[in-house]
Design a protein around this ligand. Sequence first.
Ligand SMILES: *Cc1c(COP(=O)(O)O)cnc(C)c1O
Length: 444
Amino acid sequence: MAQPTQRRLVQTPIPGPRSAKMQADRDGAVARGFGTVLPIFVDHASGGIIVDVDGNQLIDFAAGIAVTSVGASHPDVVRRVTEQAERFTHTCFMVTEYEGFVDVAKALNRLTPGDHEKRTALYTTGAEAVENAVKIARSATGRNAVVVLDHAYHGRTLMTMTMTAKNVPYKEGFGPFAPEVYRAPMAYAYRWPGDPDRCAEEALARLAELVESQIGAHNVAAIVAEPIQGEGGFVVPAEGFLPGVQEFARKHGIVFVADEVQTGFGRTGDLFASEHEGLVPDIVCTAKALAGGMPLSAVTGRAELMDAVDPGGLGGTYAGNPVACAAALGAIEAIERDGLVEKAQQIEAVALPRLQALAADVPAVGEARGRGAMLAIEFIEPGTKDPAPELAKQVAAHCHAEGVLVLVCGTFGNVIRLLPPLVIEPELLDDGLTVLEQGVRELA
Ligand SMILES: *Cc1c(COP(=O)(O)O)cnc(C)c1O
């Protein structure tokens, strides 16, 4: 397979005629509930470029939603996946064992924040990891309640959909929801009613009040939080909020769970976003970038919590699949050896000032935010903070037509987020940002 040149190339309308034809076929075969950001069909991809079936080369500012941080077909991942698939594809770890599962567990125990004794359980999807973190916390504490935050996204299974904040499209029509899930305010400084400088402190006080008045701290098994919120709008919690939540959890014997499914593995310029404020969560959930594009997720936590569940209580047919474990070992090797955490910092150093300049110049850009290679701009009606989702959509459509794949997110659908592969070349990053800037300036 020839590797694409690392440059943008638009030779047909996007989507082009071949993609359009495949889309018509798709519509008659695939459930309508699967939405697609950009209905192009991919032929191959590598580094920061996606090549579609019409020969267009798009700059990838999505990385399959923060998954292909090492690139879409990193040689270390491909080699290990191929070797493992030739040896065997599956045994089920609950039937007979293989070394890759143990090696990934050891890597996660070594790399996640804190030097306490840890254990890891592997699964397949991010939602499955979060759901199992809740099961483990309940088992270890003997308590039921789970506290989550406004704007949270934790997945699409019954439990994690319940924990997710946003109704449409994640929850609409899918109730009733799981019991014993409580929601506290998020320290979202830009949208905090009142003084943004007091956001962390006030949000923390409201969380404590909610727990004490509505639930009783002694009934709370876990507080689950994303260290930077993903689908909810790349909301960076006001500084001090999460350390305060962690301290509150410690004080009351509540398990503090960091959902690092989107933020983990270098994305935010630290190996884990929790490190930025020195958090040492009791449990860390990872997935997305863990295995370089193969489905794998993990729950890593304090040994005494993780081992509270008796043998047989945890598992899954495909949990920690050997091919996915091989991919993870390749991805982790690449992240460490190729300095991808530093690459994320370099992406921030280039891109964030340009997004901040947009926010300063363009009244419809309310805020630029994020860390590392997890960056976003929030669109508003000028002169207010009213969300402007239509404008976000138009800017995204402009980028797509010009061959730059960006994603929209946020509770109000008014945020454009950038999640490039960490290996993206500086020229591609620059070109993609220029397209985005032009779109914002023309359309706002
Ligand atoms: C994507 C995501 C999930 C769910 O992961 P799936 O693999 O889609 O189940 C959970 N939490 C966060 C923070 C995510 O970004």
